[in-house]
Each structure stands twice: as structure tokens, then as C-alpha cells.
Design a protein around this ligand. Structure first.
Ligand SMILES: NC(=O)c1ccc[n+]([C@@H]2O[C@H](COP(=O)([O-])OP(=O)(O)OC[C@H]3O[C@@H](n4cnc5c(N)ncnc54)[C@H](OP(=O)(O)O)[C@@H]3O)[C@@H](O)[C@H]2O)c1
Length: 311
């Protein structure tokens, strides 16, 4: 345990969280929904407020005791905004630590660098580390501004468990985007390091930029819908949840931009991607099922849930 590096702690967090998500898939439908369904997909009889008081719904609620139990530990879906406040705060914190040669970043970077030297594993260069940190800051800031100025503040709920997982997730992401560049960070504190943009960084940043712009279009379109309807314009013609597809692509871009010399991807960011694909894959699957029940399965023929030609 003592020799576990900060990168390995973060990777372990993403693997364990992914394993929890997978193990949830074997639970009965209602237990799974109790912990993970949010937005309109969360069964209505678990939602508090005037709409939840219908007697028929009360009877159904008795049958689904776990859903009812977790309904007392639920928060509004609009609390997603906390994730991006956390994300931006960590980006600012780590940026400030870098500029001020802070003791927390130094302690973590030294721990990480010692292990990388011992195991001869390649480290990420300074340019790639700084660009990736900057891109992640942009992602957090864009999502925060979308929550503030684009999304409609709905009243649908999510479980407090999901909220807590999201806050922990963005904390681990904040570390993962720079930790494999620890050696370069420490070196740059001793003597200035050259900054150069390799084709790999440019390709990664281009993927990130394209995915972010498309995701923003999807969010604008969802916010323009008057009520819960079947989204059917733009990328929604082909995919049930294209905003999830582009979220995955955002992390592919980061993993490419932050790759160590001679590698295609950054390993720490691939672990984030593993979690994002599993988490959003499960939600996209639930969304597809929910749309099929509400609007008819025929309306979804030919649409992929999240990954074209695969899922
Ligand atoms: N990195 C990660 O692990 C992670 C995890 C989760 C989400 N995210 C990202 O965060 C973003 C938002 O995710 P999300 O799961 O909250 O998306 P979502 O459930 O699709 O909701 C996004 C917004 O659109 C509204 N909406 C959704 N479907 C609608 C429909 N059919 N008709 C009208 N309005 C609709 C929602 O309203 P309500 O509030 O009323 O439901 C909400 O305001 C996504 O781009 C996703 O990629 C990332």
C-alpha cells in the first residue's frame, strides 16, 4: 500500500467504480434504477413532490421498497452543476500548485516520479501535461457554463450515491490529467523546459475540440425541447445519446494529447475512459429502454445507443 503511486490510486478508483457499475447490472431492474437511474428515467413514484402523491403511485411505491428508500436520499438532477464546480476548482488548485511550486503537488509528483524511474516507465513531457491540464480546465468550464446558461433547470432527481460518485470522480480526474507528467513538472521547477507542440498533442487537442463542440450542440438542442420528447435532430437522428458519445471522445482526445513519447495513449486517462464508457453506456441503455416504453420501439429502429455500429 505504501508504495502505491498517486496514479495507481486514481486508476484503482476508476476500476473499482467500473466494477461496481458492472455488478449493479446483475441486480433486479428496480434495485439498479434505485441507485443509478436519474432524470426522467428514474421511476416517477420515487420522486417526492406534488406529482408523487397519486394513490396509484403510492401503491406501486410499497412494492418497490428499495426505490422508495433511496428516494429519501436523492438530490435534483440539476446538482450536476456541482461536478463542474468541483472540476474547475481542482483545475485551478492544481494550476496554482504548479505555478507556486506547491508542497502538495511536489509530494505527489516525487512519489510518482520515483516509481516511474524505478520501473523505467515512460513519463509524459511538460508540453503534453500542461496542454492536457488546460483542456480539462476548458471541459469543466464549458460544462459549468452550459449548466448555468444553456440547460433548463429541471426537477427530475438522481440518487445521492450517484452525486457522491460524481464528486469523487472529478477529484480523481483532476489528478489523473497531470500525474504521469510528474518528472517533467519537477524538472521544470529546477530549470525552464522547452514547450513544443508535437503532432500527437495537436491531434489529441483537435479530437477534444471537435467532440466538445458537438457535445455543446447536443446540449443546446436538448435544452431547446419544450418537454420530454424523443430527440430526433442532428446526431440524435443516429444515436440515442450522442452527448455521451462525445463525452467519450473528449477523453479519447485527452488520452491522445497526454500520451508519453512513443505511446499512443496516456494510461491514466484510459482508466477514466473505461469508467466513462461503462457509466454512460449503462445510462444510454436505460435511456433507450425508457424511450422505447414511452414512444414505441419502432421509433428507435436503426438508432445506436451510444457507439455507432457497436452499441
Ligand atoms: N464523465 C462522466 O462520467 C459523465 C457522467 C454523467 C454525465 N456526463 C455528461 O454530462 C452531460 C449531461 O449528462 P446527463 O446524463 O445529465 O444527460 P441527460 O440525462 O440526457 O440530461 C441532459 C439535459 O437534457 C434534458 N433532457 C434529457 N433528455 C431529454 C428529453 N428527451 N427531452 C427533453 N429534455 C431532455 C435533461 O433534463 P432533466 O434535468 O429534466 O432530466 C437535462 O437538463 C452529458 O454530456 C454527459 O456526457 C458525464
Amino acid at each position: 500500500m505504501a508504495s502505491t503511486t498517486p496514479a495507481e490510486w486514481c486508476q484503482a478508483f476508476f476500476v473499482v467504480s467500473t466494477a461496481i457499475l458492472f455488478s449493479m447490472q446483475v441486480l433486479p431492474d428496480n434495485a439498479r434504477k434505485a441507485f443509478f437511474a436519474y432524470g426522467a428515467r428514474r421511476p416517477a413514484h420515487t420522486q417526492h413532490g406534488p406529482n408523487s402523491q397519486a394513490s396509484g403511485q403510492k401503491a406501486e411505491a410499497k412494492a418497490d421498497s428499495l426505490l422508495v428508500l433511496t428516494s429519501y436520499a436523492q438530490v435534483p438532477h440539476s446538482w450536476f452543476i456541482h461536478f463542474y464546480i468541483v472540476s474547475v476548482s481542482w483545475s485551478i488548485f492544481w494550476g496554482w500548485q504548479y505555478i507556486s511550486k506547491g508542497s502538495i503537488m511536489r509530494a505527489m509528483a516525487e512519489m510518482q516520479h520515483r516509481s516511474a524511474v524505478g520501473s523505467h516507465s515512460p513519463e509524459v513531457e511538460l508540453s503534453a501535461t500542461l496542454v492536457t491540464w488546460l483542456l480539462m480546465s476548458c471541459q469543466g468550464a464549458r460544462r459549468l457554463s452550459e449548466c448555468l446558461f444553456v440547460s433548463k433547470p429541471g426537477s427530475s432527481p438522481m440518487s445521492a450515491f450517484h452525486w457522491a460518485l460524481g464528486v469523487a470522480y472529478y477529484t480523481a480526474v483532476g489528478i489523473s490529467v497531470w500525474i504521469q507528467g510528474s518528472g517533467a513538472i519537477l524538472k521544470s521547477w529546477v530549470s525552464p523546459q522547452p514547450i513544443h507542440f508535437t503532432p500527437q498533442i495537436i491531434i489529441g487537442a483537435a479530437i477534444f475540440g471537435f467532440a466538445g463542440a458537438q457535445q455543446n450542440n447536443c446540449h443546446r438542442y436538448l435544452a431547446s425541447l419544450k418537454k420530454y420528447t424523443l430527440p430526433s435532430e442532428g446526431w440524435f437522428k443516429y444515436l440515442v445519446s450522442p452527448h455521451y458519445t462525445f463525452e467519450c471522445l473528449v477523453y479519447v482526445g485527452l488520452a491522445v494529447a497526454a500520451a508519453p513519447r512513443g505511446a499512443l495513449f496516456n494510461r491514466s486517462i484510459l482508466y477514466i475512459l473505461l469508467f466513462v464508457v461503462s457509466n454512460l453506456g449503462a445510462t444510454a441503455y436505460g435511456t433507450k429502454k425508457w424511450y422505447a416504453e414511452k414512444f414505441g420501439a419502432d421509433k428507435l429502429v436503426g438508432k445506436w445507443a451510444m457507439i455507432p455500429f457497436v452499441f
